[in-house]
Design a protein around this ligand. Structure first.
Ligand code: ZN
Length: 264
């Protein structure tokens, strides 16, 4: 990838991908999952299709033109042929073909403040997402650290065919979510599919992924014992806004790189 805009970001995403795929994390197996980082205001580096994150090297990533992705997502063009053409014409560096889920990464990377996106199929999270209780993931907060890391408004997306239809649906739901709550979600749960973590840095996206897994485990445990009890609205609001928790959130985000620009 000789023409990559920011070679250090390529090294970062390789390390990130290998970390995320460590077997003990139970986030992905085989070629599941993918990652992206912003390499310029209109470029992202994203995993190529078919490769295993556990064995990732620099050759397993491509750099793409985000403007071209966003134009297709906003258009009414449809079908596999237009996606094939996009992947050919919008790949700026690297030999592989962008993952089909790179369309969804482009949607997430369009949100102001997002720099790193991690998509995984965590066993613990998917156990909930594949049940009839998936709404519990977004109904409320169970404990304070959940709010500090995941925020108060994660998003749940119904099952949609992966590719362009899913990218357009998430794009539509994201705009509606930000309109309704005045803030972006930090975690997006896809029913019967998996998790997207929208981080302001590599470290932030890893923390969001880890906390989403912990939440799913606690939710499952609480549901086994009885019924989950969510924090009261005023307690959750207080955690979200009190100065010491805001400081903790900033301290957790020390590696913030924030190259994302004011896109909407
Ligand atoms: Zn997936």
């Amino acid at each position: 990838m000789s023409t990559v805009a920011t070679p250090s970001r390529l090294a970062e995403i390789v390390e990130l991908s290998r970390t995320i795929a460590e077997p003990h994390r139970e986030l992905v197996i085989l070629a599941e999952g993918n990652t992206s980082v912003r390499s310029a205001p209109d470029r992202m580096i994203v995993k190529a299709t078919g490769s295993a994150m556990e064995l990732a090297t620099e050759r397993d990533f491509v750099e793409v033109d985000l403007d071209a992705f966003w134009r297709l997502i906003d258009s009414d063009h449809d079908g596999d042929a237009v996606v094939d053409e996009l992947f050919r014409s919008a790949t700026l560096a690297g030999a592989g073909r962008p993952s089909v889920e790179s369309l969804l990464h482009a949607v997430c990377q369009r949100v102001a403040g997002v720099d790193t996106v991690i998509h995984t199929h965590p066993t613990a999270v998917n156990a909930v997402l594949c049940s009839d209780q998936a709404e519990l993931l977004v109904e409320g907060a169970l404990f304070p650290d959940q709010i500090v890391v995941l925020g108060r408004r994660p998003m749940l997306v119904p099952y949609v065919d992966p590719g362009l239809p899913l990218a357009r649906e998430v794009n539509r739901l994201l705009v509606a979510h930000i309109d309704a709550y005045g803030e972006r979600p930090r975690a997006i749960y896809l029913r019967n599919h998996g998790l997207f973590a929208l981080g302001s840095s590599v470290q932030d996206a890893v923390q969001i992924t880890d906390m989403a897994v912990k939440c799913a485990r606690i939710l499952t445990g609480a549901s086994t014992i009885g019924a989950p009890v969510f924090l009261a609205e005023e307690s959750a609001e207080r955690i979200d806004t009190r100065p010491d928790e805001l400081l903790r959130r900033r301290m957790l985000d020390v590696a913030r790189t924030d190259v994302a620009t004011e896109l909407d």
